[in-house]
Design a protein around this ligand. Structure first.
Ligand code: PLP
Length: 472
């Protein structure tokens, strides 16, 4: 069973109670006639059915990414208005108000998927549907963090994760990274010596660590199995809750030895809150994800959901349920992930890397080959610039960025992902406002979206921009 983490709850988390109105739903059994909940009558829903033409997961046609549909490569899924034999969902039920857990069929599918993929090692874990990892993360933070507290984060991280907590008065402490993501040694060192640095003297020791372990955004790094074990060992030793934000988990390029084990799969205490999303595996506009964590945390987030977002859109849930539960099944979904999503991004990643190698002078810029995700994290070797040391790093990076824009190629400035304190005059609305000295001599490129031709063009233009700036 999970350990008792009640003492980790924020004031908000500790005071979240079940909505009494929703509590009445548990009496809805057997012959009960309800004149209770204010549910609209389904006859007023103007939707007779909901259909979608979806990719077929038959093995021979899975790899077709042309975007074309034909009856050979697609299946039609339809959700009827009312219950029908052989259908897992009906619109009259799934478009209705429901529990803050999400609809049963899809939630059970996700729970079974987690069970098969991650085999959680304690019994009382559970799964809740969310409106994606952004929603899950904000609920986890609300449950755990009080104003004035700080969470531990990778030194380069997903900006929205920081932008979300900042206005709440929840701070962050960067932990050094290497090619495998957050360093367990640095994490341990920081916590072993907590309180010794002057700025830590009055601060409570952090209790939450946020990591993106696979295909990290922005660095593209993936934690090895050993790194994952080490991080979990430090989390246990220092009694941390781990938020495992893993949207790129299924974008692993080499799965010859199986998918890399998640932090959830190594958790024997119930201290990991794992965030999964359909955003990168199906489509971001679905706005459906799921949280896997100990049952106590699930109840708190469910209570939060019931008075805020309630549950993801019924249209999304019902269509995903029909597709995943009735059509693809676990086996088909796994095949889709492996043979379609993973393969597509593997090919894209290889292509961008090859273009980089063809067109960029490796003395001026390099990257570590990503083994998952959507990104390459390009290090600019300013030390080879003739004015290095006399002109600030930030000025050189700004020149490079401007040159890239002039040459029609856009990469994301590295500072946007930096966790280090920004200067007082920092203007977040200005995309160039953050070129502060000594940091962020990186640019992030993604191979997720551009066509193969565009990637080639982008790397030609980037290579030329570098050459022009470094010859100045
Ligand atoms: C690390 C990370 N977390 C969360 C998200 C957002 O996920 P979702 O669409 O599920 O809210 C992203 C998307 O870019 C991301 O990179």
């Amino acid at each position: 069973m999970a350990k008792d983490f009640s003492s980790f709850l924020s004031a908000e988390g500790a005071s979240r109670k079940k909505s009494p109105l929703k509590g009445l739903l548990r009496f809805m059994k057997g012959d009960m006639v309800s004149l209770g909940g204010g549910l609209p009558h389904p006859s007023t829903f103007p939707f007779y059915s909901l259909s979608a033409e979806i990719k077929s997961v038959a093995p021979t046609i899975l790899n077709d990414t042309s975007g074309k549909t034909s009856s050979a490569t697609s299946d039609l899924v339809t959700v009827p208005h009312g219950p029908q034999p052989g259908k897992v969902e009906s619109l009259s039920a799934s478009l209705q108000y429901g529990l803050g857990t999400g609809i049963k069929s899809l939630r059970e599918f996700c729970k079974e998927h987690i069970n098969q993929m991650h085999r959680p090692q304690y019994q009382d874990w559970d799964v809740l549907l969310s409106a994606g990892n952004t929603d899950s993360y904000s609920k986890a933070i609300a449950m755990l963090c009080n104003r004035g507290e700080k969470i531990l984060v990778e030194e380069w991280t997903y900006p929205a994760a920081l932008e979300m907590i900042d206005p709440l008065g929840v701070g962050h402490i960067p932990v050094t990274m290497d090619g495998e993501g957050m360093s367990a040694v640095a994490l341990k060192d920081l916590l072993d010596n907590w309180g010794s640095a002057p700025d830590q003297a009055k601060e409570a020791k952090p209790r939450v660590v946020y990591v993106i372990p696979t295909g990290q955004n922005p660095t593209g790094s993936t934690m090895s199995i050993q790194r994952r074990r080490d991080i979990m060992r430090v989390a246990q030793e220092h009694n941390l809750i781990v938020i495992e934000d893993d949207p790129y988990y299924y974008l692993q390029f080499n799965v010859d030895n199986g998918w890399v084990p998640s932090l959830l799969s190594m958790d024997t205490d119930g201290r990991v809150i794992r965030l999964d999303t359909f955003s990168k595996t199906l489509a971001p506009g679905c706005r459906v994800g799921y949280m896997s964590m100990n049952a106590h945390f699930c109840t708190i987030v469910q209570n939060h959901n019931e008075v805020t977002t309630q549950q993801p859109s019924g249209f999304s849930q019902t269509l995903l349920a029909e597709m995943l539960v009735s059509h693809w099944g676990q086996e088909g979904y796994n095949r889709y992930l492996t043979e379609n999503v993973r393969t597509e991004y593997l090919n894209r990643s290889r292509h961008l890397q090859a273009c980089f190698q063809r067109h960029v002078n490796s003395k001026l810029a390099t990257f570590i080959e990503p083994s998952a995700g959507m990104f390459i994290w390009i290090k600019i070797h300013l030390e080879h610039h003739p004015q290095y040391g006399t002109v600030s790093d930030s000025a050189l990076m700004l020149r490079l960025f401007n040159k890239c824009i002039e040459n029609n190629v856009l990469l994301v400035p590295g500072w946007q992902f930096s966790c280090k304190p920004k200067p007082a005059d920092f203007d977040p609305a200005d995309p160039l406002g953050g070129w502060f000295d000594g940091q962020a001599t990186y640019l992030r490129a993604t191979f997720a979206y551009a066509s193969f031709e565009q990637m080639e063009t982008a790397m030609i233009r980037f290579g030329e921009s570098l050459n022009e700036i470094f010859s100045a």
